[in-house]
Design a binder for this molecule. Structure first.
Ligand code: APR
Ligand code: PHB
Length: 391
């Protein structure tokens, strides 16, 4: 069976859904093809710190009501260095704040808005394949309920994450990959316990990095740096809580409330950029084009800024304006991507224990943290990157 749409979107993560909503608001037709079920997509636990630009985009998409009711505004973060905490005052240093709101919740809001709008999403779309995007009549081919189907479209948006088919469909000689894989992972635990502190605490400790984060006043998210080869089965809850306590400052240890985990998983850390982000009529956005280590909380925010540029470009095209936005999409998005890659790499290098650093490297790391703790200029640099560079 053959169908037609203006923009075929592959992937129903935050990038695909946000793009779909922004285009829908502008009267542009889309079909989203998603490999998994809705519940599977909503079962993934991901980060939850939104830059103001991301919050504005969600508002623009008409999906901000619950976020504004339930999201927590954070005016700063704390760094714990050798057992002493130092606050980075985002509001004072930059005039800006961030919003703590789980990616899962944001995804749910976008999915609900899409259903309300009656815009189509095909879940469990198998063998999805973007075809002919070098020419003027691209097609996305897929299998639904055992039946092969085609969507004819003007453009394809590859929003299918790091493991998606969109980037993989591009011939090797047309794409350049830049990558760094870190020699450790993050073991994360989600629990219905009140957060240890009202703001996030990023911990540099000789036993390894730790992070105290949250989803609400009653749900906490904690992470500890672990070996890349660790298996989550080796980490019963008690072992996790004990290791976390060893890395926290005394006051945090006294206030920490532990409890049974709702979710526990290990994520590898990777920096990755694919260039360019456009191949004829195929445009990559979000994790399909780039990955950052989670240390700066930039993954979701970068997906949002890509989508902002891409939606604007499609809208200009369809309103009979120019194709300048489409032509500039890749360099424009990549300029912001690389700055966030740099920041995420820097935060990761600053806060983690690296196996091959040695005593010299450790002293340099501590000197940099000490400098950060005492310098308004250094804190401003961290703050303006964390709250998000301008679009
Ligand atoms: N066909 C159809 N859908 C696919 C395919 C495929 N071949 N491959 C992957 N997908 C779907 C995935 O199931 C997923 O739902 O694409 C979606 C991609 O979503 P994300 O991985 O969430 O990526 P993105 O929307 O770019 O969001 C970026 O979310 O993943 C986090 O850390 C990431 O925070 C960042 C943000
Ligand atoms: C999270 O809450 O999951 C989270 C917060 C900040 C990060 C990474 C993850 O830098």
């Amino acid at each position: 069976m053959s169908q037609r749409t203006q923009v075929a979107i592959i992937g129903s993560g935050p990038a695909g859904l946000l793009l779909g909503q922004l285009l829908h608001k502008a009267g542009i037709d889309t079909i989203i093809l998603e490999r998994h079920t809705r519940d599977h997509v909503l079962g993934r636990i991901r980060a939850g710190v939104l830059e103001q630009g991301t919050v504005s985009l969600i508002d623009e998409a008409g999906c901000g009501d619950r976020m504004h009711r339930q999201g927590l505004i954070h005016h700063g973060i704390e760094l714990s260095i050798r057992g002493v905490r130092h606050r980075i005052d985002f509001k004072g240093l930059t005039g800006k704040s961030v919003m703590v709101y789980g990616q899962t919740e944001m995804t749910r809001d976008l999915m609900d808005a899409r259903s309300m709008a009656g815009a189509p999403t095909v879940y469990e779309a198998l063998n999805v394949m973007p075809i002919g995007y070098d020419g003027t009549r691209p097609i996305v081919r897929y299998v639904e309920d055992g039946e092969p189907k085609d969507i004819a479209c003007d453009f394809i948006a590859g929003c299918d994450g790091f493991h998606g088919i969109s980037r993989q469909s591009v011939p090797d000689n047309a794409i350049s990959i830049f990558e760094r894989v870190y020699p450790f992972g993050w073991l994360g635990l989600l629990a219905d316990v009140p957060p240890v502190s009202p703001e996030l605490i990023y911990v540099n400790h000789e036993r390894g990095f730790a992070l105290c984060s949250m989803r609400s006043h009653t749900r906490s998210r904690y992470y500890i740096q672990c070996d890349a080869s660790e298996h989550v089965d080796n980490w019963p809850d008690d072992r996790f809580w004990n290791e976390l306590r060893r890395r926290l400052d005394k006051q945090a240890v006294a206030r920490l409330v532990s409890g049974p985990s709702i979710e526990k998983s290990i994520a590898p850390l990777r920096s990755f950029v694919a260039e360019p982000m456009r191949f004829g009529r195929l445009f990559l956005a979000g994790d399909a084009a780039h990955i950052v280590p989670p240390t700066g909380a930039k993954g979701l925010n970068l997906a949002a800024s890509d989508v902002h540029y891409l939606a604007e470009a499609f809208i200009d095209h369809y309103r009979g304006g120019s194709d300048k936005g489409l032509d500039h999409y890749s360099p424009r998005a990549l300029a912001r991507v690389w700055k966030a890659e740099r920041f995420s790499w820097w935060m990761t290098s600053l806060l983690h224990r690296f196996p091959d650093t040695g005593p010299f490297g450790q002293r340099i790391q501590l000197a940099e943290l000490d400098y950060l703790a005492g310098s308004r200029a250094a804190q401003t640099t961290l703050a303006e990157n964390y709250v998000g560079l301008p679009y």
